[in-house]
Design a binder for this molecule. Sequence first.
Ligand SMILES: Cc1ncc(COP(=O)(O)O)c(C=O)c1O
Length: 389
Amino acid sequence: MKPDTRLVHAGREPQKHFGIVNPPVYRASTILFPTMAEFERRQERKYTSFYYGTHGTPTTMALTQALAELSGAHRALVTSSGFSAITQALLPFLRQGDHILVADTVYAPTRMFCQGVLARFGVEATFYDPLAGEAIADLMRPNTRIVYAESPGSQTFEVQDVPAIARAAHRRGAVVLFDNTWATPLNFRAFDHGVDVEIQAATKYLAGHSDLLMGVIAVRDEALFRRVKDGLDEFGDCVSPDLCYATLRGMRTLAVRMRHHERSALEVARWLAGRREVARVLHPALPGDPGHGLWRRDFLGSSSLFGMVLRTDQGRAVAAMLDGMSVFKMGASFGGFESLILPARPERTVRPRPGDGVLIRLHVGLESVDDLIADLDAGFARLNAALER
Ligand SMILES: Cc1ncc(COP(=O)(O)O)c(C=O)c1O
């Protein structure tokens, strides 16, 4: 079945629930066992069924089944935020003395976690050029356990050669972790490109309504599943069934929303590319973008999130533009129905950020493109007036 159809049916079994279309919300801490013998077997149930609320309920299972189906994964797990999915996907594979390779363009808290927590516990991180591709082999050490990728980078939108990176990692026995929040599994089939563990912030497109936080860890096989699941259990992180229900509800419209986001973002990006105030638009689906070739080869579509480098480096003038926006709002995140605009200040140690002017990140929501463009047009008028003062 095609992804649109899968998204409608995945994780639903109405015949088990009086014909009710959506799986119900099962809330639980305690789960009861009828016999002592069954209670003694509870440990094994955590991989396949339920035995205490932290391991989820049938509502959690409905969501994780749908997530695994969406990704083409063996199994999927949920965590309390996208960031907690990142940290909890990393930790089960690492111990003191290990080494990890991390793309220079990763989500900022991922970088901070590697530099802070991992360093404190004796794990060394090397940040690599996101454009390294096969050359990542030169950075591999005997103790390199993980190669961590995120493509495109969510502030500057460099596209990574994930299959080449995965080949190099696998030759040396490292696992490949990949943050697929930007594209979602609809637009990047992580497991087809060599990824072992796919991470997503369900907070963004999957939930889709800016009203909850959740992370997803999807894995290639049972051994990886048990490793990550055991790791999660060591920390006690869990997700409420009410939020699982809400994310599953969001996923029913994911394909429709993603197509709308993609189309509108491209329209806005093309309009911005024609503006004299803009030095460069950072969007891999635009033919002139340096990442366009790899994006065309590996991705099935794009999303709402892209960047632009302004010609000016004057923060005061850019504030005049952003402070007066009426449709675009300022706030962290993306993937919701509402458009967002923010200045971006990526930290880099290997690959310099593109251009010298102020970097702006846009999330194009579900509003009319005409209104979004009019809002940006008025914003540029404020920017130009401020520059002339
Ligand atoms: C690419 C990427 N990954 C992960 C996360 C973390 O998600 P959450 O906000 O749910 O912790 C974010 C959040 O902005 C993100 O942009």
